[in-house]
Design a protein around this ligand. Structure first.
Ligand SMILES: O=C(O)CCC(=O)C(=O)O
Length: 363
């Protein structure tokens, strides 16, 4: 078997399991005890009010240098210490955000045959899926998803986008267009903050030829949320991620030291996180941080993760200006195609990929 042609076992939709009203989850979804979420406050000495930074972007793209400098300094702290932050007043219409999320919710509630017509394979992952990774017998996550490409334009194929609800394709198209623009603006800010020319990171990503794709996650209700995860711990392999979380149901947890912080989403904010490729380009000045998703017994959850990635066949390596004698290049060059093969074969595995590349002696 070509490893990336077929799933190793028949695919089971987690939503169907959830709707069959089991009171115990199948063994395949039970995580080892060290990976399970902790819901008891005794085991957990974290302050539950802690949240990732929330940054209001009003004024960031305007002339007032003081306002701009203040916002850039908040972004700097967030990228260096958290790898995650929420942005408000980012320029994407709140109505479009709501339409996109609710359109996808309707898709996941469509009859199974509508969704099955778009079932995906591990070759490209495009379409309706229920697992990441092709390892036979792997322990699975409690979620289904839909994955599609928006850029480069030769990979954008409406026929692989869902046909239901009727307006969803136009909504996705407009939503992704807005997010490409927003990511382009943020890339300039990150470049300047790193002391580079404003187009530096974008050029390192391949200029106009970046990649962009959307994964919509559907986390069905789960009768034993303490035994499993909606999405296992991972860092994002790409460049930048813009996450639109569910507006009703929290679930995303971000690692901070030895703790997991549950993100409290701000209304109509995007959650931005640094991916592994930006960690590499920034020579680890910016952190791509592990995160995971918990599920719950009473409510389903929908989230839209938009990934802004480098052109997939150009080498990504630390920017020369960020290499010093004190901090030599921490990573060898690697294309994004080579890099993401790891997660496509093995599924989410914490930060093992980017950490395994680290080599103090190189470049
Ligand atoms: O659902 C979430 O909140 C996070 C999703 C995520 O981490 C991902 O799709 O990579």
């Amino acid at each position: 078997m070509n490893k990336l042609q077929d799933w190793p076992e028949p695919i089971v939709r987690v939503q169907s399991l959830s709707e069959s009203c089991l009171n115990k989850i199948p063994e395949r979804y039970i995580k080892p005890s060290t990976e399970r979420p902790s819901f008891s406050s005794e085991n957990n000495n974290i302050d539950h009010n802690v949240n990732i930074p929330i940054i209001d972007l009003t004024g960031l793209f305007q002339a007032d240098q003081n306002v701009r400098a203040q916002i850039i300094s908040q972004i700097s702290m967030a990228c260096r210490e958290w790898g995650f932050f929420q942005i408000l007043n980012h320029g994407v219409r709140p109505e479009l955000m709501d339409q996109a999320r609710e359109g996808w919710r309707q898709f996941f509630h469509a009859p199974m045959e509508v969704k099955q017509a778009y079932a995906n394979s591990p070759k490209t992952y495009e379409g309706y899926g229920s697992r990441l990774g092709v390892e036979k017998g792997a322990i699975l996550d409690w979620s289904d998803y839909y994955f599609l490409h928006y850029r480069p334009t030769n990979l954008k194929d409406f026929n692989k986008w869902p046909p239901y609800p009727p307006s969803i394709r136009e909504v996705i198209d407009e939503y992704c267009k807005e997010l490409v623009e927003l990511c382009g603006r943020l890339m300039k800010i990150l470049s300047l903050e790193l002391g580079l020319r404003e187009d530096h990171l974008q050029n390192a990503f391949g200029g106009e030829n970046i990649g962009a794709c959307l994964r919509v996650n559907f986390y069905p209700k789960c009768p034993q949320p303490d035994l499993t995860l909606g999405l296992s711990s991972h860092s994002d392999p790409g460049g930048l991620t813009m996450l639109l979380p569910d507006d009703q149901v929290p679930g995303l947890q971000v690692r901070k030291g030895d703790n997991w912080i549950t993100v409290k989403p701000a209304k109509h904010a995007f959650i931005v996180n640094i991916g592994d490729q930006v960690q590499v380009l920034s020579n680890a000045n910016y952190k791509s941080v592990e995160h995971r998703v918990i599920v719950n017994p009473n409510q389903e959850r929908v989230s839209l993760a938009f990934f802004y990635n480098p052109k997939s066949d150009i080498p990504i390596e630390p920017v020369k200006e960020l290499i010093t004698t004190d901090k030599p290049a921490l990573y060898p060059p690697m294309t994004f195609d080579e890099y993401r093969l790891f997660i496509r074969l093995r599924g989410p595995r914490g930060k093992s990929q980017v950490d395994s590349m680290k080599s103090p002696k190189c470049y």
